[in-house]
Ligand binder design. Structure first.
Ligand code: PLP
Length: 402
């Protein structure tokens, strides 16, 4: 058990007083982190099963990524795209080769990559598909999460993401996730794209039915619609493949990546597409002051190298299977379903997940609810057998205490 010290108490009070209350965090005040472990201000150790929502797949403070950050920070960090820098080309080449696309457009946060995908799809809809002006539609899915900008919120079906934020950006049609017939019925001549997470993370770790993505992809081909995969959370090894779309052997028309691309050090995201689509952007059409900056480019290159050299996707597959097996063996009556792929695991409970999350925290494990009744387990992909056993023991104990 960890007691909240006076120092911790003061920090929480200052945060609550001076910061907007747009989150409901665990009262775990992290002061240091390494690999899969976190230490709070009082020196207590916790296993990180959140990984900053999959942004630290490579583990906290990875020495190789840190070295790239430190080295580049002494050379040049920001130029804007008013000129070129010597780090962006190498980053773009590495990223596009890894992902199998001709070109990438670098952004900072994931939601900017989403915005990029939406703008690209609309432009394609008008200039290639010939949709009449301002009529383009994008099909989105129930319980999606694409970020917090006005267009991402306009695409959302979650009431609390939208409440009192209207008027919304038009042009999104929401249909049930996982229902291919609903998708077939929703595609119209004005549909330029579908925007889809191959596994929904924030939505509750929802894995679609077998074959669904393949059929969705085929429907897109048949009706001349772009398939935009939001792999900001599922990408870069999280699900046991490099990308979750690899499991279904499909190549999206537009791939959105982020989170782990920055290795936990720096926000780096991107939208990728092949030349015929990405070439629809010309000078002045889209951009970002910080996107593609040399510091972020250096960090992202190192983050990709670590992912590949340390074979993190296969490690996620192995560790995920081991955790899943261990969870199934625990067989708590409070667990309704265990689902997921690789190290993106959702435990559906018959009690609010926040209660399990608090019980785990008291035992040295940081894990959080994503939907009210779903606990998400998503540690850094570098988790080893000893840490897996540590997690399973504490999970068993926490469930027995409830
Ligand atoms: C986190 C996330 C985003 C938004 O990324 P930010 O970097 O927070 O803007 C978009 N889509 C998915 C699937 C995500 O998980």
């Amino acid at each position: 058990m960890h007691a909240v010290s006076e120092r911790a108490h003061d920090l929480i009070a200052a945060e609550e007083r001076y910061g907007a209350h747009n989150y409901h965090p665990l009262d775990l005040i992290v002061a240091r982190a390494e690999g899969v472990w976190l230490w709070d201000v009082d020196g207590n150790r916790f296993l990180d099963c959140i990984s900053a929502y999959s942004a630290v797949n490579q583990g906290h403070c990875h020495p190789r990524i840190r070295a790239a950050l430190v080295e580049q920070s002494a050379k040049v960090t920001l130029t804007s795209r008013a000129m070129r820098n010597d780090r962006m080309p190498g980053f773009l080449e590495k990223l596009t080769r890894l992902c199998g696309f001709d070109m990438a457009l670098p952004t900072n946060t994931g939601v900017e990559a989403v915005e990029t995908g939406i703008k690209l799809a609309r432009r394609w809809g008008y200039s290639v598909k010939g949709i009449r002006p301002d009529a383009a539609e994008i099909v989105v899915f129930s319980n999606n999460f694409h970020g917090r900008t006005m267009s991402a919120v306009s695409a959302s079906t979650t009431p609390e993401y939208r409440k009192h934020f209207g008027p919304f950006v038009p042009g999104f049609t929401a249909i049930p996730y996982g229902d291919a017939d609903a998708l077939e019925g929703a595609i119209k001549p004005e549909t330029c794209a579908i925007l889809i997470e191959p596994i929904q993370g924030e939505g509750g770790v929802n894995v679609p039915p077998e074959g669904y993505l393949k059929r969705a992809w085929a429907l897109c081909r048949e009706h001349q619609v772009l398939f935009i995969a939001d792999e900001i959370q599922t990408g870069f090894g999280r699900t046991g493949d490099l990308f979750a779309c690899d499991y279904d052997a499909i190549k999206p028309d537009v791939l959105l990546v982020g989170k782990a691309l920055g290795g936990g050090f720096y926000p780096v995201s991107a939208a990728l597409a092949d030349r015929p689509v990405m070439s629809l952007f010309g000078p002045g059409d889209h951009g970002s002051t910080f996107g593609g900056n040399p510091l972020g480019s250096a960090v992202a290159e190192a983050a990709i190298d670590v992912l590949v050299d340390e074979k993190l996707a296969s490690r996620a597959r192995y560790a995920g299977a081991k955790i899943m097996q261990g969870l199934r063996a625990i067989a708590s009556p409070l667990v309704k379903e265990i689902r997921g792929r690789g190290l993106l695991i959702g435990i559906e409970l018959s009690i609010p997940a926040r209660r399990v999350s608090e019980a785990l925290l008291a035992r040295g494990v940081a894990a959080k609810d994503t939907q009210e009744m779903v606990l998400r387990i998503a540690p850094p992909l570098v988790i080893d057998d000893a840490a897996i056993d540590y997690f399973l023991e504490r999970f068993r104990d926490a469930m027995a205490s409830l």
